[in-house]
Structure formats: structure tokens, C-alpha cells
Design a protein around this ligand. Structure first.
Ligand SMILES: Nc1ncnc2c1ncn2[C@@H]1O[C@H](COP(=O)(O)OP(=O)(O)OP(=O)(O)O)[C@@H](O)[C@H]1O
Ligand code: SF4
Ligand SMILES: [Mg+2]
Length: 337
């Protein structure tokens, strides 16, 4: 087993809304990412993927609040650290973050080099302009980005170039963990491929040591990440290697999601995600038993009131899923579909 870059233990966070209602969007999430590895996070809209990203970063600005659990980056426990300290000491160097729709949030009045200056100066306030430019030009060249981009404004860049630039800015300080929230969504296919290629290069060239990649596009995860975890209603319902998760999903929710994804090189068919009838539960009052019970074809009465155990199986127990049904029982029902 490689060195663990990110360890998250039983993390629980919540939003406190204007009307003082709590939304339990991350509710007992645990996982690790080793050095050199990437973890994909999949799940329908509203299942808590972006909240998990913010929660793991320690970015607790209202309405998001920490409840309990631990976040350990390369052996350093950052749980409970105040968000300003996180920003000044961790963000960019230990852990970097590309928020959902980041490229559209770039200040249009600033040249790209100014964003890079800002990122570097949080950690090195006296950094000289010339040295920053040299560092930025070298990194851009390594990542195949034209150096002219540094003197442009975001509005002058195409969508794909803008997103690759955002990724280069966020990782300029070579963080140990990169959390990318839907980095290739809303791009055309060619730009999407270039973004994915760049993320791979960042890892291969050692500019990032590990990555958490969030998307609702499952086929992408199969091609990009080593492992995948599926999130549903604030919890992880299944984890495994990308291949296992795509070809042998165990939890009824992952089984439904993975049902018809396109994995061309493996010769499987289908282009879109299977639509699972129904909608996820209200996270203000999560169901007592299995959170997927309302939509599960195999739900039994006890699923609605029993605590649902995490079950481990596979090589060295590395596969996990959260369901009352055993592996053999699930394989049996799936074989009749
Ligand atoms: N600022 C907020 N205040 C209150 N509730 C929020 C807030 N942001 C998100 N939520 C709720 O938290 C839950 C998880 O939302 P989140 O944005 O993390 O989902 P997601 O999986 O990233 O969805 P998407 O795929 O659409 O990006 C949802 O029920 C959402 O309504
Ligand atoms: S615990 Fe029950 S309802 Fe939940 S996924 Fe398993 S079979 Fe379905
Ligand atoms: Mg999101």
C-alpha cells in the first residue's frame, strides 16, 4: 500500500439554512487516497458531491458547518482548523480545489498572471513578480499551455483554454491533493479530452500527488480514475476500483447508475446513464433506514428502519457497499434481470 495522501474518517457536516433547518449533506463519509492515485466521486445531482469537496477542504464558511470526523492530509490532521488558517496554510500547497463552474467565476478584469501572483503570495507574500512569471511560464510550457495566455483576460480565452488555465493556476504550488469538482463538465468533447489529458499529466509529472475527481459523468471516471465511490443522499454507498465499479457494481443504486454507460474499448453498449425512477430523499430529514429504500427494486420492510451496515468483500476486503443484502443474494437477483 502506498503512502496515504488524504484520509477522511466518518466526516459529518451540515448546512444551516436561513430558516434554521439543518441539511445533512455529508453524513458519515470515510475514504482514503494513496499517493499517485485518483478517486472518482459519482452520484446524481444533489447527493452531496460538492458539499463533500468543501467539507474535505475544511472550507467551513456559513451556511456550511463541521459536525464531526477527521480530515488528514499527508499525516496532518486539519479537522476543526478555522477556515482562514486553512486558506493561509493549506490551500494551494497541501490541497487545491477547482470549484464547480470555476472557469466562469474568474474575475474578468484581471490578467491570468495576476491570479497566479495571488495564489503564490498567500504563501510567500514577498515573492517577486519576475520570479512568479518565470515559475508560471515554466509550468505553462510543461502543461502545453501557450505563455501568451498569462497576459490575457479570462474573456479572451475559449472555454477549454479557460478551464485548463484554471487548473494550472490552482495547481501552481504542486499540492498533495487536488479536488476537482466537475472540471470537464459543460465543455465540448475535444476540450473535455484536453482537460482530462492535462489532469493525467499533472499526476504523471508529479505536480499533484493525488486527486479526487467529482463528476456525474460515469464513463469519464472509468477512463480517468483508479477508484470510484458512489454517493447517495450524503453517504457513500459503494467503493471499489474503477473497473470493478463499472463491470461489477454491487449496491442497487450503483447497479442502476452503471447500467448502461458507454465504455467503448471494453465493447459494452449504451451511451447514457440509466434513469432510476424517483428522486433522492430530503436531506433535512434523511430516512431512518436505507436512504435508497424508496427507489430500490429490492427493498424489504426491514430496509426502512434498520441501520444499514457497510459490507466489505473482494481482494483484501477493498470493496465496500452499504446494503442489507449480501453479495451472493445481489448477484442472484441481478442475474435474472
Ligand atoms: N448553501 C446551501 N444551503 C443549504 N443547502 C444546500 C446548500 N448547498 C447545497 N445544499 C443542499 O445540499 C445537498 C447536496 O448538494 P450538493 O451541491 O453538494 O450536491 P451535488 O452532488 O454536488 O449536486 P450537483 O451534481 O448538482 O452538483 C442538496 O440537497 C442541496 O440542496
Ligand atoms: S438496504 Fe434494502 S433498500 Fe437499501 S439498497 Fe439494500 S436492498 Fe435496497
Ligand atoms: Mg456539485
Amino acid at each position: 500500500m502506498g503512502k496515504i495522501m488524504l484520509e477522511v474518517r466518518d466526516l459529518k457536516t451540515k448546512y444551516i439554512t436561513r430558516f434554521h433547518e439543518d441539511v445533512y449533506s455529508v453524513d458519515g463519509v470515510s475514504f482514503t487516497i494513496e499517493e499517485g492515485k485518483s478517486l472518482g466521486v459519482a452520484g446524481e445531482s444533489g447527493c452531496g458531491k460538492s458539499t463533500l469537496a468543501l467539507s474535505v477542504l475544511g472550507y467551513y464558511f456559513p451556511p456550511l458547518h463541521y459536525r464531526s470526523g477527521e480530515i488528514i492530509i499527508d499525516g496532518r490532521n486539519i479537522s476543526g482548523m478555522d477556515p482562514d488558517t486553512v486558506r493561509r496554510t493549506i490551500l494551494g500547497t497541501e490541497i487545491a480545489y477547482i470549484p464547480q463552474a470555476a472557469m466562469n467565476a474568474l474575475n474578468p478584469t484581471m490578467k491570468i498572471i495576476r491570479f497566479i501572483e495571488d495564489v503564490i503570495r498567500v504563501h510567500d507574500p514577498k515573492a517577486e513578480k519576475a520570479a512568479i512569471r518565470e515559475q508560471a511560464e515554466a509550468r505553462f510550457a510543461e502543461l502545453g499551455l501557450p505563455r501568451e495566455v498569462l497576459d490575457k483576460h479570462a474573456v479572451e480565452l475559449s472555454g477549454g483554454m479557460k478551464q485548463r488555465t484554471v487548473i494550472a493556476i490552482s495547481t501552481i504550488l504542486s499540492p498533495k491533493v487536488l479536488i476537482a469538482d466537475e472540471p470537464s463538465s459543460a465543455l465540448d468533447v475535444t476540450s473535455q479530452k484536453m482537460v482530462i489529458k492535462m489532469m493525467r499529466e499533472l499526476m504523471e509529472k508529479g505536480y499533484i500527488k493525488s486527486m479526487m475527481f467529482i463528476t456525474h459523468e460515469l464513463p469519464l471516471l472509468y477512463n480517468v480514475t483508479d477508484d470510484i465511490m458512489v454517493m447517495y443522499a450524503g453517504q457513500i454507498v459503494e467503493k471499489g476500483s474503477a473497473k470493478e465499479m463499472v463491470f461489477d457494481p454491487m449496491h442497487p443504486y450503483s447497479h442502476g447508475l452503471m447500467g448502461s454507460i458507454l465504455v467503448p474499448e471494453e465493447g459494452t453498449r449504451g451511451t447514457t446513464l440509466t434513469a432510476i425512477p424517483g428522486t433522492p430523499p430530503n436531506l433535512k430529514k434523511p430516512p431512518q433506514g436505507c436512504r435508497f429504500a424508496e427507489r430500490c427494486k429490492y427493498a424489504k420492510p426491514e430496509c426502512r428502519y434498520t441501520g444499514i451496515p457497510e459490507r466489505f468483500f473482494g481482494d483484501n476486503g477493498t470493496r465496500m457497499y452499504r446494503c442489507l443484502m449480501g453479495v451472493d443474494e445481489l448477484k442472484e437477483v441481478y442475474s435474472h434481470e
